[in-house]
Ligand binder design. Structure first.
Ligand SMILES: Nc1ncnc2c1ncn2[C@@H]1O[C@H](COP(=O)(O)OP(=O)(O)OP(=O)(O)O)[C@@H](O)[C@H]1O
Length: 522
């Protein structure tokens, strides 16, 4: 059985130019549990996970896997399986062939490909081209990739995206099973409800800062709960409570008793011979508590230093805090259940859904890595990380893509906050090469990370070493792939390319479509 190892973030801060994506984040994730990593859009979840996986270098602090940085793992794919982005598969390759590339590169037997495809429910689709896959199928394929090396650690970024209710149920079961086997499972989401039934522990992050660390049952204070009880003979129940000196309020939904558990109230009624029509515990809706935590109107008195972490609303009146979370019924039993530069590591290369270990990345000097035309006006290509226009890299904000502006609220405020401005003595070139903090709209700027350049170099060197003169395939437009009729067993896509066809031209084309293999998918 693969060994689950602890994951640890120690004082991790990541600045992208003027934006602080993660701020002094420390947390420990234990094996044998499912840990939910929660936060609203733009909170810094993906950036934190990328730092953990050696795809982005922390500005400060470190993240380790079993005590060592990702880059120092001997067999990365067999140690950590990651799903960070499910939409970046080559549309012309079959699901099986996609995995075979990674299996070969990591020395994993071909039979494992069939195993994992079966495990994620894609056995029947193994020979189908990924361009015809639904989002949910791509998500499953991403998971198959993560499981390929039978790793003891699973790091999944929003794994439920695109899954139907049946798929979500299946995913929950799988995560629980993996944790039961002793593996470390870290799964991110922006919805508490999505992970509520799965996780043992929670990390909640907001504006890059940890605001909660603990179990679901620790999210709320026991004093926030009350027992709601009712009887067909309400007068008899009122008399029984009054005789026992138990204070209560009469509500339309029943009598609310504070300070007594449902079992105690039930016993009291039984001893008075009063039949009950309902008896349950009522507390703040967990989703409300989650929102209060991320909005700063609730501060968790845990060891995370949340009081300092939450910038606004921390001094809201206690009544307001209680009101904000109260009101939703909850069934009794529903309650809780850097210095070493990773990109230069010769033993791994970044792939779209995580990391693979396919030998040296040094083949292509970084200066020759693909630089999108949009980046040409940005600081020079010899910078370690390069700024590119946000519209191409992050999608148009008007399309609904959440960018830094959404995440940070008032952009002017963000720029004025000294914490959000990269300092001149940053150890990385990225800050120097990023948009200047004086820029009008720094939050819209995309900073090309080490992993972007690693991916560029990987595909370029792959092409150089494998190409046998075959013409590169035309990239299949997304629209064509997405409009595929499921009744057609095999979409009319381009022929499946050979490994040697994975040319840099294709990568460029993919990047123009926003499917940056291995890079930041903003
Ligand atoms: N390469 C980059 N260049 C510039 N800004 C970036 C880059 N990557 C992330 N950011 C910014 O960092 C912040 C945190 O982003 P991140 O993707 O980590 O958040 P998230 O919690 O994963 O959000 P979501 O749930 O929407 O995926 C955002 O403001 C984002 O715009």
């Amino acid at each position: 059985m693969p060994e689950g190892l602890a994951l640890e973030f120690s004082g991790v801060t990541k600045r992208f130019g003027a934006i602080t994506a993660v701020s002094d984040f420390s947390a420990r994730i234990e094996p044998g549990r499912v840990t939910g990593f929660l936060g609203p859009n733009g909170a810094g979840k993906t950036t934190s996970l990328r730092i953990l996986l050696g795809l982005v270098r922390a500005t400060e602090g470190s993240a380790t896997i079993g005590g060592v940085p990702y880059a120092q793992l001997d067999r990365p794919l067999q140690t950590v399986g990651a799903v960070l982005e499910a939409s970046s598969f080559h549309p012309g390759r079959t699901a099986a062939n996609h995995l075979v590339v990674y299996a070969q590169a990591a020395g994993i037997p071909r039979t494992r490909v069939d195993d994992v495809l079966g495990l994620v429910g894609l056995a029947d689709a193994a020979g189908r081209k990924v361009g015809g896959f639904s989002l949910g199928m791509r998500q499953r394929l991403g998971l198959a990739y993560a499981l390929l090396g039978d790793p003891g650690i699973l790091v999944l970024d929003e794994p439920a995206n695109g899954l139907d209710p049946e798929g979500i149920k299946w995913m929950r079961g799988l995560l629980r099973q993996l944790a039961r086997e002793g593996r470390t499972v870290l799964t991110s989401s922006h919805l508490l409800a999505e992970v509520q039934q799965t996780v043992d522990s929670l990390l909640i992050i907001s504006h890059g800062r940890l605001v909660f660390e603990g179990g679901l049952d620790e999210l709320t204070d026991p004093s926030e709960y009350a027992t709601v009880v009712d009887s067909p003979d309400r007068n008899a129940l009122i008399a029984a409570l009054t005789d026992a000196d138990v204070p209560f309020e009469v509500l339309r939904s029943g009598l609310t008793v504070r300070g007594l558990e449902p079992a105690d109230v039930g016993a009291l009624a039984a001893s008075a011979g009063v039949a009950l029509s309902s008896l349950h515990r009522r507390g703040p809706a967990l989703e409300e508590v989650f929102l209060d935590l991320v909005n700063g109107t609730r501060v968790h008195p845990g060891p995370v230093g949340a009081a300092e972490a939450v910038i606004t609303g921390a001094d809201a009146a206690p009544e307001e805090q209680a009101d904000a979370g109260a009101g939703a019924d909850e069934q009794m039993d529903a309650a809780p259940e850097a210095e070493s530069p990773p990109a230069a590591h010769p033993a791994f290369i970044v792939a779209s859904t995580g990391v693979i270990d396919v030998g040296s990345s040094e083949a292509e000097p970084r200066t020759e890595a693909f630089i999108p035309p949009e980046a040409e006006e940005a600081p020079g290509p010899d910078a370690e990380e390069t700024t590119v226009a946000a519209e191409d890299a992050t999608g148009d904000a008007e399309d609904g893509t959440v960018g830094a502006e959404d995440a940070r609220g008032d952009p002017d405020e963000a720029v004025d906050d000294p914490d959000l401005v990269g300092s001149d003595d940053e150890p990385l070139d990225e800050v120097a090469s990023a948009v200047s903090p004086e820029s009008d709209r720094p939050w819209e700027e995309y900073v090309k990370t080490d992993s972007d350049l690693e991916a560029d170099a990987f595909f370029a060197s792959f092409d150089a070493s494998q190409a046998a003169g075959a013409a590169p395939p035309e990239a299949v437009p997304v629209r064509e792939a997405e409009s595929h009729d499921e009744r057609d067993p095999e979409p009319e896509l381009d022929p499946e390319p050979a490994l040697s066809d994975l040319s840099s031209e294709w990568v460029e084309e993919e990047q123009r479509h926003g499917r940056d293999h291995g890079g930041e998918q903003r």
